[in-house]
Design a binder for this molecule. Structure first.
Ligand SMILES: [Zn+2]
Length: 218
């Protein structure tokens, strides 16, 4: 934002004034606005990327990102994430009731972000190779891929989607892992940023693929 400023004045919120006209200065709250715009764009990009990769179909998956100490952004319910618009993302509180338009897994996102302040983003998807690996009982082996060394996999109990029980189990498990495997359901991946969570999610799917016995690797 541009403001006229008196010569020599300073602004604790932004840049020191160096002239009399046209001095770029920040205003309180402007940083938060920019952060929200950036996070909305990142979450939209995640939806497009995963949809094009065939890792999301129909209304599958849900994403969230921490906005500040009290709020986070969350995908809406009944929405194709490949066609997601930034304005459709729901702003939700870290404590208290979620908006009616919030994702059906909103409790899970809220519980994780509230429990662990180091988590900046949460991504949930029904990854096909992960579901196949879990369904076949073959599991996932991070030793199958060198780049998977930073993944910490935790298998949760099979709990109903959207339930308080799943939200509580996932929030507790984040202390032990950054990739939560949900039998018959998919994965929940956390990261300090949207980019880190996306890297972990895509790597987990590759790990599931190369972990499979009897599948020709490419
Ligand atoms: Zn799901």
């Amino acid at each position: 934002m541009w403001r006229t400023a008196a010569r020599g004045s300073a602004d604790d919120q932004g840049l020191r004034a160096v002239g009399e006209v046209g001095v770029p200065r920040r205003v309180p709250g402007e940083g938060n606005v920019n952060r929200e715009v950036k996070l909305r764009a990142e979450l939209v990009a995640v939806g497009e990327r995963l949809y094009r990769a065939g890792l999301l179909r129909a209304g599958e998956g849900n994403f969230s990102a921490r906005l500040d100490a009290a709020t986070f952004l969350l995908t809406p319910r009944d929405c194709n994430k490949g066609l997601l618009q930034s304005w459709e993302l729901v702003r939700a509180p870290l404590a208290g009731d979620l908006p009616a338009t919030a994702s059906s897994e909103g409790l899970l996102h809220q519980a994780i972000l509230r429990t662990d302040p180091s988590v900046g983003a949460v991504l949930h998807a029904h990854l096909p190779w992960v579901l196949r690996a879990l369904g076949c009982g073959q599991g996932l082996s991070t030793s199958a891929l060198k780049e998977a060394g930073s993944l910490r996999l935790v298998v949760l109990r099979d709990l109903p989607p959207g339930s308080q029980a799943l939200a509580e189990a996932a929030a507790a498990a984040v202390a032990r892992g950054n990739v939560l495997l949900l039998p018959t359901h998919g994965v929940v991946v956390v990261g300090t940023s949207v980019q880190e969570a996306l890297w972990r999610l895509e790597t987990t799917e590759l790990v599931a693929f190369v972990s499979q016995k009897g599948v020709p690797h490419v």
